[in-house]
Design a protein. Structure first.
Length: 111
């Protein structure tokens, strides 16, 4: 079996990932696509990327415009009307209403 992002993730990252999936359930249906170093959360296309790290998750969220917030650790314009916003998720408490709002917007973008 080829190692992938889930099989090589630390226990901390795996637990945060499970918590994230639980919090996203109310959005509706989406697929998880496990890659070598990340996990894509996809509707028609990926609305978020999960990058397991030793003590946290690095979450890449698709956005229609830049998100101006101190929680965003990196913001990258990937096309005329698309941005990738990176957020560090280090504790279950980081998966809050603000983060879930950004993810809901991303989910809607990928309808």
């Amino acid at each position: 079996m080829t190692p992938d992002a889930l099989s090589t993730a630390s226990p901390v990252a795996r637990e945060l990932y499970k918590e994230l999936l639980r919090a996203l359930k109310p959005l509706g249906s989406f697929k998880t696509e496990v890659k070598k170093t990340s996990i894509h959360l996809a509707r028609k296309s990926a609305f978020a990327g999960v990058h397991p790290r030793k003590e946290h998750l690095l979450l890449t969220i698709k956005a229609a415009k830049p998100i101006r917030n101190k929680r965003i650790v990196k913001s990258e314009q990937v096309s005329k009307s698309r941005w990738h916003e990176e957020v560090k998720v280090a504790a279950a408490g980081d998966i809050d209403a603000e983060l879930l709002g950004w993810l809901r917007d991303a989910y809607e973008l990928c309808a």
